[in-house]
Structures are given as structure tokens and as C-alpha cells.
Design a binder for this molecule. Structure first.
Ligand SMILES: Cc1ncc(COP(=O)(O)O)c(C=O)c1O
Length: 457
């Protein structure tokens, strides 16, 4: 714990010296809480002033096994004492990297059996796009370079991942984007209009196919998609959508890349999100939950057949990062996966997720709650001005942000996404009492903000 003076000094240094990732450079007073966290345990965080919070976002969707795990600290310390780092280039390697790649092959669906390691989700996305292009060069179809992603998908913010990301807010002022990225509409079951005569899954799969056909399938290397859209609005697709996308990719011989950065490692109540739809992708991107955020680690898994094609290259793979297969990160990941398995956290995510969803459903009694959605321990509330027309609030009102701040005041951390969606993605170890508290606090926050909107000051 720190004194008020120490905290003010830190905040002043912070404003002066730290350019925060996705930080608010021009925050309106009162709309940008500046919280400095000191420690955590389970789903609880403690800030420097000694206040406690339920972290219903698990950091950034990633602290799956919860905070304060001594086992993970111990595995990192032991590995650092032995071999903190060495390169995995040029024929070098180490046991933690090999064992982790082998363990991932056991856990991943289908014949996803080979892993390329990186550090963050965006790096892994860029890697997947480059490997997909390389695959087609080696198959004798060098014209297949386009990557089809979807509107509202979030894939990270390196240049390649920004270009795949389907959220214009991340393009603005950063253009030009990298060439070779196309965006298709993505399912929004809440807004689907059945007047088209089609079910939502079919309609949105057809919209994706149209993008492929318009571009010319012979120019498309891969389709990349999040099994559940996270940052773009916590949107769960209809059950038939991904099987249809898989069939479209197969029809045109296109690779399917699943971005499981959020949905991997139990988050949705299964080990990987695509398992809900019975779909096996050709490449699978993972990050976040693989280490529960204790160290940065990500990667791309390839099917045996994709790997066989890449091996035609012979010689050196012209891609890699200093920290690809970082031994300490791999050791922590192995221990983290062991915890998830031994403590039954995938099953627990399904059970606690059902409780969260049931609790969120009760919040429909607030006029501003338009939609309630979720899968496993991913939960979302979409706030709307008009439930009939589904019209959104004026963004200037910052309704989602106000709900987030009201919940924060009561010690619960949720996230306000664009389009006024309140997202939750708590640690898989969240207790039933903490789930209930999250819902109760949101209930009061919605009542308060709903009242403020109805009677503006
Ligand atoms: C689905 C998805 N892909 C990729 C990323 C990018 O990961 P990173 O921020 O580690 O680069 C994120 C980050 O939230 C994500 O949600």
C-alpha cells in the first residue's frame, strides 16, 4: 500500500513519461480512472490505495488461472536459474519449448500438431498471414496473397494485424494499411433481418463467400476469424456459421485461420472456441490464456498437412522473432496448462459461465439493455437507446463508459467496448459469489446510468 502523496507522485510521473497502449491521450476529467494496481489473488485485485476489485475482465481477457499463483512464479524462477533465455534459431532448442509444442498438439483439435511460437497475439497473427502466403507459393499458386478477415474482428495492432482488424477506429490516422487484406461482414445475430429469407448463419456465410468470389478465389490465401468476436462487441455467431465458412474455404481451397487469442484455453467452456462448432481450422492462433498472462507467449499451430507443404521450402524459414519459444515463457505455459487441467477449469468456465449468463439475463429489466450474450466465461450486454429499433446511443453520451465507471466505483471491473457493449471475461477461477456480485453491481450501475439518461442534468 502507498500513501496519497506517493500515489500522486506516481501519477504525475505516469502522465509525463509513459505513453500507454490504447491510452486516452486527451481524457476528459472523471472519464479516465487512473488506477495503479499492486497485487492480486484469484479474481481480486488490490490497488496502491488498498482498495479491492473483482476483476471481471481477467486483465485483458487473459488471466485464466487467476492472480497470485505461486506455482507459476516458482516455475519461472526455476527455469530462469537454469536457462532464462536462449535462441531457438538455427537448430538450437530446449526442453520447455519442445514439451510445450508437444502438449499443445495433444490439446488442440484435429491434426493441429505443429507450433510456431511468438510473444503476443498480433505477432502471431502476422505470422499466420505470412505462413499462409508462403504455403501458396510453395504449392505453385503465388497469386494467392489476399487475407479475408471480417468487420469488427480484432486481430491486434502490428501493421499486418491492424490491416486484418475490422474496426476502423484502429485504421484512422495510421493509414495506409498493408495491401492484401479484405473485409467481409461478420454475423450479428442481434441485428439479423430474417426478411432476407435466410437464417443468420447462412446469410453471413454467403456475404463472406461474396467477398471471396468478387476478389477471385485464386487470389485468396486465407480467411481469418475469431470464434467469438471479442473487442468488436462480444458477438457469438450462430451455430451453423463456422461449419458453413469451413465448407466455403474447402470449396475454394482456401486456408481457414482461427484467431483463438481470447477463446483459447478454456475461456468459452471448451479448450478452444472452434470446438463449439465442430470446426478444425488449418492454422490456429493462440496467446493470452496459454500463460494466463504471467509471461508473454503466443503462437500459431499448423495442421500436419500445412506443415508438410512448408517443409518443401528446404533451407531456412525466413521468419522468426528473438523471443520465439522463450524458454521461461514456455516453462510457465506448461505449468499453467497443468493447472487448467488439474483444477478442471475448462469445465468450471462452462458452469460459472452459465451462472453469469443467467444473471445477466435478469438485467434485461433495464430499458437500456438491448441484448445479453455470451459463451462460457465471456459475457456481454449491449446497451441501446431503443429496444424496438435497436438504435444505439449517441456515442458522445458515453453510456457504456458511464456504466463501466459506476461499476468500478463499487469495485467491479468490466469493460466498455465501442457501440456501448459491456464485456466480461473473468478468471476461470471466479467464485459463484463473485459472479453474483458482478451482476448485482451491474444491476445498480445500469439503474443509475439509466436514470441519469432519462433525466439529464
Ligand atoms: C482475438 C485477438 N487477436 C489478437 C489480439 C492481439 O493480441 P496482442 O495484444 O497480444 O498483440 C487480441 C488482443 O486482445 C485479440 O483479442
Amino acid at each position: 500500500m502507498s500513501t496519497e502523496t506517493e500515489i500522486s507522485e506516481l501519477l504525475e510521473l505516469d502522465r509525463t513519461h509513459w505513453l500507454h497502449p490504447q491510452g486516452d491521450l486527451d481524457a476528459a476529467p472523471g472519464l479516465a480512472p487512473q488506477l495503479l494496481f499492486e497485487r492480486g489473488s484469484g479474481s481480486t485485485l488490490v490497488d496502491l490505495a488498498g482498495r479491492t476489485y473483482v476483476d471481471a475482465m481477467a486483465g485483458l481477457w487473459n488471466v485464466n488461472v487467476g492472480y497470485g499463483r505461486a506455482e507459476l512464479a516458482d516455475s519461472a524462477a526455476a527455469q530462469m536459474r537454469d536457462l532464462a533465455f536462449h535462441s531457438a534459431y538455427n537448430g538450437f532448442g530446449h526442453a520447455p519449448g519442445i514439451r510445450l509444442a508437444a502438449r499443445l498438439a495433444e490439446l488442440a483439435p484435429g491434426d493441429l500438431e505443429v507450433t510456431f511460437f511468438a510473444s503476443g497475439g498480433a505477432e502471431a497473427n502476422d505470422t499466420a498471414y505470412k505462413l499462409a502466403r508462403l504455403y501458396w507459393k510453395l504449392k505453385g499458386e503465388p497469386g494467392r496473397v489476399n487475407i479475408v478477415s471480417r468487420l469488427r474482428d480484432y486481430h491486434g495492432l502490428t501493421l499486418g494485424a491492424t490491416s486484418a482488424t475490422g474496426l476502423a477506429v484502429f485504421w484512422k490516422n495510421m493509414e495506409p494499411l498493408a495491401p492484401g487484406f479484405l473485409h467481409a461482414p461478420a454475423p450479428d445475430p442481434y441485428r439479423h433481418d430474417p426478411a432476407s429469407g435466410m437464417q443468420a448463419g447462412e446469410a453471413y456465410a454467403q456475404a463472406l463467400e461474396k467477398v471471396i468470389v468478387d476478389a477471385g478465389p485464386e487470389t485468396v490465401a486465407a480467411v481469418v476469424a475469431e470464434p467469438v468476436q471479442g473487442a468488436g462487441g462480444l458477438i457469438v455467431p450462430p451455430a451453423d456459421y463456422f461449419p458453413r465458412v469451413r465448407a466455403i474455404c474447402d470449396r475454394y481451397g482456401i486456408l481457414l485461420i482461427a484467431d483463438e487469442v481470447i477463446t483459447g484455453f478454456g475461456r468459452t467452456g471448451k479448450w478452444f472456441g472452434m470446438q463449439h462448432y465442430g470446426v478444425v481450422p488449418d492454422l490456429m492462433i493462440f496467446a493470452k490464456g496459454v500463460t494466463s498472462g504471467y509471461l508473454p507467449l503466443s503462437g500459431v499451430m499448423l495442421t500436419r498437412s500445412v506443415h508438410d507443404v512448408l517443409r518443401l521450402l528446404k533451407g531456412t524459414l525466413p521468419h522468426g522473432f528473438t523471443y520465439s519459444g522463450h524458454p521461461t515463457a514456455c516453462a510457465v505455459a506448461l505449468r499453467n496448462l497443468q493447472i487448467i487441467e488439474e483444477e478442471g477449469l475448462v469445465e468450471r468456465a462452462a458452469a460459472r459461465g452459465a451462472r453469469l449468463k443467467a444473471g445477466l439475463e435478469t438485467l434485461r429489466r433495464h430499458d437500456l439493455v438491448g441484448d445479453v450474450r455470451g459463451l462460457g466465461l465471456l459475457g456481454g450486454l449491449e446497451l441501446v437507446r431503443d429496444r424496438e429499433t435497436k438504435e444505439l446511443f449517441d456515442p458522445a453520451l458515453g453510456v457504456g463508459r458511464r456504466v463501466f465507471l459506476a461499476a468500478l466505483e463499487e469495485g467491479v471491473i468490466v469493460r466498455a467496448l465501442g457501440g456501448d457493449v459491456i464485456a466480461m471475461s473473468p478468471p476461470l477461477v471466479i467464485t459463484e459469489a463473485e459472479v453474483d456480485r458482478t451482476v448485482e453491481v451491474l444491476d445498480r450501475a445500469l439503474a443509475r446510468v439509466g436514470g441519469e439518461i432519462a433525466a439529464p442534468a
